[in-house]
Design a protein around this ligand. Sequence first.
Ligand code: HEC
Length: 180
Amino acid sequence: MSQESQIVHEYDGIKEEDNHLPNWWLFILFATIIFGFGYWFVFHTVGKVDTHEDVYRAEVAALKKARLEANPTSDEAIIALSRDPAMVDEGKKVFASTCASCHAAEGQGLVGPNLTDRHWLHGNKPADLVRAVNEGFPEKGMPPWGSMLGPDKVRKVTAFLLTIEGRNLAGKEPQGDLVE
Ligand code: HEC
């Protein structure tokens, strides 16, 4: 291949030349194009190889799971549980068999307070509710359930409580402070 430059135009002493592009430059150009197609194909078309984003998402999910498992009664863990219909359903069963006698079938209150309003005697944070279920208020007529139900059922029934709060079912009149 001739590397001689070809003069295309010459006006007023100014030359425009048509030079061959150097081979090393062409090599990089074509290599980049081929790489681009390869990259697009592997990451965006086949989709079998994890992108950095996939790896990141998987790591965050694993971390979150580990954190929930390390502290299963944290507010975060109970809130996560309350978004899982299967867990809430199990909590509902515990409620029906253990709590409904005093708090009524839908939680609207009988002897015990209405758990569907936004008024709370002992706070409505997941941690407050877990404590209420675990320790009860023996001097006020609610037995402690922690040892009888075990931690798993306590968590599930608490998750269920989160799903009925704010439904404001007609039942026992509000008691305690209004908590938003
Ligand atoms: C024997 C009756 C009885 C049973 C059974 C019972 N509770 Fe209660 N519960 C009460 C009473 C009474 C109170 C009010 C305590 C007070 O006045 O401080 C109460 C209070 C509560 C509170 C706090 C309400 C607030 O306003 O802060 C929660 C939460 C609660 N109960 C959940 C449950 C759950 C969940 C169960 C079942 C695992 C259950 N209770 C079973 C009688 C009962």
